[in-house]
Design a protein around this ligand. Structure first.
Ligand code: NAP
Length: 340
């Protein structure tokens, strides 16, 4: 038999958004539970140095998350290291099920974050964990002295490159355009590394290997002037590649780190409106004078959202924490207004 427990608020997710929301709701005196997911802590658990979270100067991502969790648990909030399997919103109280628990909540905050976006090339699934990775800090050990690549042009790609360049023999950063999206300070750090080279205007067509990665199939449409090569053949030779046709070539590599962004975790939520990329849609509500009343409401009254699961734009630990605070304030107001 499963146990049923009723809460004022069930928080789904244990990244900065979910844990910040929990600090606020608990301090408001609302009974609060956090369903942390199978691996708690979100994206920051996969990063190394965080240098832009106020008050910490420089701190490792997992240490920052540990501090947040200790803070939340120190306030008496129950944090369950289980994954939510469903959210029933057709009637109230809302029902969240996990493998062996049924939780009832007057309100829910969806703060389930976002996970790795994969390339979607044919052999990627087969070679994941066999040379294809999305986490340099987790897997660096396996690539000591090896030739690797990183795919992407954002902050994550810069961070992965910095981490893996410390152990790999050489690193090729593959970006589909010839300008990076990442912060200049992070790009500058990567460009200063002696064992990192960049391939611009280059797409990954596939990853190659039977039981382990041996190469990456690439398509370079226009050679960027930044590369300093006159011809496609020159570029391919300089990287020790194998030409396949006028645009396609194979780069020999033993590892590749995919860092091309994130996909929001919204798969389990039925009835919750999401946009075409899967991000939860917020429904802002104003009073009769046009003053903002609720910022983090969703289409389901009583269900709120916070953090990367709804935020395709800012995606920072600090903005996620801010959204978590707003969702908690909205929950408190909602419970007061509805007399729940
Ligand atoms: P992102 O900022 O969305 O960048 C994704 C990059 O991957 C872009 O350069 C994009 O190319 C490229 N890309 C997307 N789809 C691709 C595909 N199918 N094939 C090849 N390339 C593809 O994602 P992110 O770098 O993961 O960062 C996510 C958020 O976390 C950002 O807000 C970032 O600031 C934050 N973050 C911060 C830190 C830090 O401050 N320490 C570290 C990591 C991440 P285009 O440029 O052509 O679009």
């Amino acid at each position: 038999m499963t146990k049923k427990i009723m809460y004022d608020v069930i928080i789904l997710g244990s990244g900065p958004a979910g844990l910040t929301a929990a600090i606020y709701t608990q301090r408001f005196g609302l009974s609060t539970v956090v369903v942390a997911g199978r691996t708690w802590g979100g994206q920051l658990q996969l990063t190394t140095d965080v240098e832009n979270f106020p008050g910490f100067g420089k701190i490792m991502g997992p240490e920052l998350m540990r501090k947040m969790r200790d803070h939340v648990e120190g306030l008496g909030v129950k944090v369950l290291d289980v994954a939510a399997e469903s959210l029933e919103t057709s009637k109230t109280p809302f029902v969240v099920t996990t493998e062996d628990l049924t939780l009832e909540g007057k309100t829910v905050i969806v703060a389930t974050g976002a996970d790795t976006k994969w390339l979607g090339v044919p052999n990627e699934g087969k070679l994941r964990g066999r040379g294809v990775s999305s986490c340099a800090p987790c897997d660096a050990f396996f690539f000591k002295g090896k030739a690797v690549a990183v795919v992407g042009g954002g902050d994550s790609a810069m961070e992965e490159t910095q981490v893996i360049a410390k152990v790999a023999s050489d690193v090729v950063l593959i970006h589909r355009r010839d300008a990076f999206k990442a912060q200049k300070a992070m790009v500058d750090k990567v460009m200063a590394l002696p064992n990192v080279r960049v391939l611009y205007n280059t797409q990954v067509a596939d990853v190659v290997g039977d039981t382990a990665l041996t190469g990456i199939l690439l398509r370079t449409e226009n050679i960027s002037p930044k590369q300093g090569f006159d011809s496609f053949d020159q570029l391919v030779n300089a990287f020790g590649g194998k030409k396949i046709d006028d645009h396609q070539w194979e780069l020999p590599r033993q590892g590749v780190f995919v860092a091309i962004g994130l996909v929001p975790n919204t798969q389990i939520f039925k009835g919750l409106d999401v946009d075409s990329h899967g991000y939860v849609k917020r429904v802002e509500e104003r009073d009769e004078n046009g003053v903002l009343k609720y910022f983090t409401k969703t289409n389901i009254p009583g269900v709120f959202t916070a953090g990367d699961v709804h935020d395709a734009r800012y995606k920072q630990a600090i903005t996620a924490a801010g959204f978590g605070c707003m969702a908690a304030l909205d929950v408190q107001r909602w419970l007061t207004e509805t007399g729940s």
